[in-house]
Design a protein around this ligand. Structure first.
Ligand SMILES: C[S@@+](CC[C@H](N)C(=O)[O-])C[C@H]1O[C@@H](n2cnc3c(N)ncnc32)[C@H](O)[C@@H]1O
Length: 240
């Protein structure tokens, strides 16, 4: 923990006034490490112009609205797509104890929590990105990629129609953190990632005990990717 705190202090991004405000405005502050902001900012400024930006795992919209803001700040026209299954992930699910209600409250169902979170995402995004909405889908990432691969036309959660498919210039992977899910997300993104494109993998830091961190050890051996930075999560670039 001491090691992580030290890394976090070192990696703190100098937040502009809007980013400071955003962290109090949109649900999910505990989900977004300060170092991720620095890495997203770098990736968005340096990513290729062709291709879209994709986020897997949007929760209440904090990172989505941050990415949308950074795209605007750096005058990038790449389209923003995102998907979330809006699942409630309990603290003890990994032990096989899956209640129907949320942690510590047996009067609030997981289903209601999920609806609340999705609605919060929609409210925040309509409020902050009304003039240029992302294309957001209520889908598991594996289903999203199936539709991406077959270039399906879909209606997003804002009621707008779009045809999926094409190249990705930057992806923020922050959906399921189990090894198999993170690996599938990484493989699916890699297939569409343009040369020179970036991936930021949440919860991939060395000290972490998530599937994403285990997968990062494998990615470090992959000659197609280069580690650009870690803060403490990893930002990688496709180089082959
Ligand atoms: C850590 S939260 C994302 C936080 C968000 N990126 C932020 O910083 O504001 C993880 C999200 O991934 C979603 N999720 C989990 N497994 C998923 C999957 N297989 N496909 C799509 N979304 C998934 C959950 O519903 C949850 O909202």
């Amino acid at each position: 923990m001491k090691y992580l705190n030290k890394l976090l202090a070192k990696n703190k991004y100098i937040e502009d006034d809007f980013i400071k405000r955003l962290r109090y405005l949109v649900i999910g502050e505990g989900m977004l490490m300060a170092g991720n902001i620095k890495l997203m900012d770098f990736a968005i400024q340096n990513m290729p112009n062709e291709g879209c930006v994709l986020e897997i795992g949007s929760y209440g919209g904090l990172s989505t609205n941050l990415i949308a803001y950074l795209l605007k700040k750096h005058q990038k026209n790449n389209l923003l797509f995102n998907c979330d299954a809006w699942l409630y992930e309990g603290y003890h699910d990994h032990k096989g104890v899956i209640d129907k209600t949320i942690d510590g409250r047996n009067d609030i169902s997981r289903a209601d929590y999920s609806t609340y979170m999705k609605q919060s995402f929609i409210n925040a995004t309509l409020f902050l990105c009304g003039s240029k909405l992302p294309h957001s889908f209520h889908l598991f990432s594996k289903d999203f990629f199936e539709k991406w691969n077959s270039k399906e036309s879909l209606i997003d959660v804002f009621g707008n129609s779009i045809t999926l498919g094409g190249l990705i210039s930057f992806a923020y992977i922050d959906g399921g953190h189990a090894y198999e899910v993170a690996k599938d997300d990484f493989n699916n993104v890699s297939k569409h990632l343009v040369l020179g494109g970036y991936i930021l993998l949440d919860d991939s830091a060395d000290a972490m005990n998530f599937g994403s961190a285990k997968m990062m050890d494998e990615i470090k051996q992959d000659k197609m990717f280069k580690v650009i930075d870690k803060a403490p999560n990893y930002l990688i670039q496709k180089i082959k």
